[in-house]
Design a protein around this ligand. Sequence first.
Ligand code: PMP
Length: 639
Amino acid sequence: MQEKTTGLYSVKMRASREGQHISGAEKIVPARRVAAIASQLAERALSHPKGDPDFINIKVEAQPRQIRRVKALSVTTHETRTPEEGLSLAAELLAGDGITRIGEIMNRFSESHSMRGAMLLDADTLERLEPDPERGVRATYMDDASSLEKGTARGKNHYAEAIVLATKVQNAPGIVAEICVSDDPDYVTGYVASKRLGYRRITVLKKKGDPRGGRIFLYRGQRERVAETIEFLERVPVLVEDVPILSAERAGDRMLSLASDLEKRESQGLSRRCRTLCSPTGPTAVVDGRELVVLSSNDYLDLARDERVTSAAARAAREWGAGSGGSRLTTGTQPPHAQLERDLAEFKGTEAAIVYATGYMANVGAITALVGKGDAILSDGLNHASIIDACRLSGADVFIYRHLDMDDLDRKLSMCREHRRVLAVSDGVFSMDGDILDLPRFLEITRRHDAFSMVDEAHATGVMGRTGRGLAEHFGCDHPDISMGTLSKALGSEGGFVCGSRLLIDYLRNFSRPFIFSTAPGAPAVAAASAAIKALESEPQRVERLRENVATFLKELAGRGISAASESAIVPVVVGDERAAVAASAALEKDGFLVPAIRYPTVSRGSARLRFALSSAHTSEQLRAAAEAAALAVREVTR
Ligand code: PMP
């Protein structure tokens, strides 16, 4: 179908570094949107997980008035479990188009490695038909027709883009089918397409780890007309209508849009899964049948499996039940809850404390209760996600100050004189970098501006200060107005808390929605936390031992050329690239160390890292061996 469309432009972006392709995209848009799309594509090139490009080419070309519009191929997903199953399904599907030599065709992918274009093969003789086999054939000048109607270009959507491409290809004269497999060794999904079959996505079409992949277009027709096919693929603009992903709102397609987002994560090396640790929490764990040294747990003082702590939990379960059965203000407060709040206040040296079911809820609960519309929050640029979420949820004006930059905090506080209440909030120990807040300065500045001071001591409790009481003990200074912490890290249990004045705690009991509307933590977790506080009070040497371990580990790393710094129990080794960090983590695991790679969205893109978290229970020998393995792994992946 031909349709008259006036004033359309093709906008193409290509980004590379040192001649290596990083990313590319194209759009067909009306004149008025060219500038916006060009800028969005530039943004995309600059924020690609593969890294910063040194060359970005944005090309804008007017398109002919007549642009061909075609209907998107129908889409079907076939779940396969093994490459063999995927291949035999592909063979079965393509047999209906008279394509019989699928095994041989798939083997041709070894020829296409690192070629950006597709291979054009005679569907029967399998001869290559492209005039330039180094370059292949590049299907281009195509877009999803609905981009024309939509206000903004959607983010990169591999799924929709693949359907647009496959649809254009199947409309090329003489093309009978296409086979596509990603050249990413970790991405095993591919598809086969033909006019008859539509777009058949096959979840497993190659072996994990196999770097071979690409596109193969299969042609059947007169040789003299191959040039026409290539001309169509490479020059003729096509708009594809009814791309299924775009109608994601339609019932039934909702799941497709989820799958597409997941795939995007996966293709960027950012997809995440839970690992199961089949052993009690501690400095070693059994994972997939092997014992590994755990260098990433927050159980800093090895209290989660401590006999005193586990027996307190077991006793409390028998005495008070497994779950509390209600929220704190209805039927969920039992003696262990009140006891823990007294223990926490005494441990921290504040008038009172309030316990939440998690640390996340403590941050959300305190911040949203204290500030709202008309108020201001000043938040460190690297604060924990639970603080970020709390800021968003509060409805207050949020000002982000530069990480640990107290002058910037001071300046920004000066801009909040018109706000009703002002709250400055910071992690005490930053969870991804292990660096610490200058609490005395923070308190001096917030007091001078009459702002509430709040510090998240999740990673400071049990770690900072001679006896683990946190940053105030470390610096020998006052507490912030709101001293938040978790029971889930050095205290070996689970739950969150806020310590502060009696007035503050009474206020939170009355205004803090996660405290009011969520079931109270069960007595076992609560009693375990009280037992952990007692254990820590009677054995402050655990904190000392943890500090010695950090010093030992930093020295062992430095001796092997890895520079890392930390004032807490968290030692980050920044690798940068997401895939490199994952590869380093895998190498460490092979050597017997569990150190997950921390990637976007937990840390910003391009700053993926190995995050070591040490325990007082690690032995010097374990730390020396871990430093050795880390140095080898990092050297290997960053070569
Ligand atoms: N704040 C910080 C700094 C944290 O690291 C965490 C836990 N990752 C939390 C708050 C949330 O605590 P919880 O895990 O107890 O919900």
